[in-house]
Design a protein around this ligand. Structure first.
Ligand SMILES: [Ca+2]
Ligand SMILES: [Ca+2]
Ligand SMILES: [Ca+2]
Ligand SMILES: [Ca+2]
Length: 339
């Protein structure tokens, strides 16, 4: 079953490749990739990305990124979250406590145009409304990192999660980002998001920035800087039309918090453990209607799509299961109130 599916995907990819080469020969799109549904635990450990479709970053975007090898990135989507993992071996670490300028440290830049508006000049004058450029990096202390948007401090609540970890020479980055339709830099809570679904196209691009010694054999430290990406295109910083177009493939079942294809007790326990969260929630925490809260509206969505692990979507929960679910929710709500 799984193999047959992979075979079909392989044939589809082959067809896509021929199509893309055709478009490229005709002088068209800069690049098009696919993103499958999925979640990740944003902890800087990329073990949960073992099966990901990694995109190699071998293209020099700027100057000399020669101290970075094996750089790659991968992405996943849920209706309200874009997950991005980035990793690479950086032979010459240059970390800073906070951002010191675009060419002053090892970092990763993520470019998001969730509504695929392709706005030219999105960064001018520093509004980041239609598309966002994030930059994140380890801060030099174990488990520490910083993250900015458009080279200004990131308001609380803008990004659900970000972690950067350093393991030997390897630097790992893990992001959970909201797919903004319009991002309000002065009042992030007033921002609007796109509800992602299969078949949509989003703009998403990744660049690795790296600082290093110009000449490792020289006694004098004369640092230089370079950038790496998957597909070189100028002006990513201000022109969303050059971001890689990412086609969202697959689908997500309403109520399936862990995206395992079934809506069952596991999802109910995820929803239960985040029950009555009033802000900052995402799909993987049980927010199925995108209001960033976890409450009875999400429980109702889950109940309406209950499959109990194998049945068809919309099958009626067994009375005992439904009773169990409602019991769990009621007792959890009760426990929270008592705290
Ligand atoms: Ca992880
Ligand atoms: Ca470096
Ligand atoms: Ca599930
Ligand atoms: Ca909700």
């Amino acid at each position: 079953m799984t193999r047959a599916c992979f075979g079909t995907v392989g044939v589809l990819r082959g067809g896509l490749l021929i199509l893309l080469v055709g478009v490229w020969l005709a002088g068209g799109a800069m690049g098009e990739l696919q993103i499958s549904p999925g979640i990740a635990t944003v902890d800087g450990n990329l073990g949960d990305w073992a099966e990901a479709n990694w995109i190699a970053m071998n293209d020099t975007f700027y100057s000399d990124p020669s101290d970075v090898t094996g750089a790659k990135w991968a992405a996943r989507w849920t209706p309200d979250t874009i997950y991005v993992a980035v990793t690479g071996v950086d032979a010459d670490h240059r970390f800073t406590e906070s951002n010191q300028g675009w060419d002053q440290q090892d970092s990763v830049e993520i470019f998001v145009d969730a509504a695929n508006k392709n706005v030219v000049g999105f960064a001018d004058p520093g509004n980041w409304k239609d598309a966002q450029q994030y930059c994140g990096a380890p801060n030099g202390t174990p488990g520490g990192e910083w993250l900015i948007l458009g080279y200004v401090p990131l308001p609380e609540g803008t990004v659900p999660a970000f972690e950067a970890t350093v393991v030997g020479a390897t630097i790992n980055y893990e992001f959970a980002l909201r797919p903004y339709n319009e991002y309000n830099i002065n009042n992030p809570a007033a921002s609007t998001v796109v509800t992602l679904s299969g078949g949509m196209t989003v703009g998403l691009d990744v660049v690795i920035d790296t600082k290093h010694a110009w000449d490792p054999f020289s006694a004098a430290d004369d640092p230089t800087f370079g950038m790496l990406c998957y597909l070189n295109s100028t002006d990513k910083w201000n022109d969303a039309s050059v971001f890689i177009d990412q086609v969202l493939v697959g689908s997500v079942l309403p109520g399936d918090a862990n995206l395992d294809g079934a809506v069952n007790d596991t999802d109910a326990s995820i929803l239960g453990s985040n029950w009555q969260l009033q802000s900052g929630a995402i799909w993987a925490m049980g927010d199925f209607n995108g209001d960033q809260k976890v409450n009875d509206q999400d429980a109702a969505i889950m109940a309406a799509h209950w499959t109990a692990g194998g049945g068809a979507e919309g099958s009626v929960p067994e009375p005992s299961t439904l009773a169990l679910l409602l019991g769990i929710l009621a007792s959890l709500a009760c426990m929270r109130r008592k705290r």
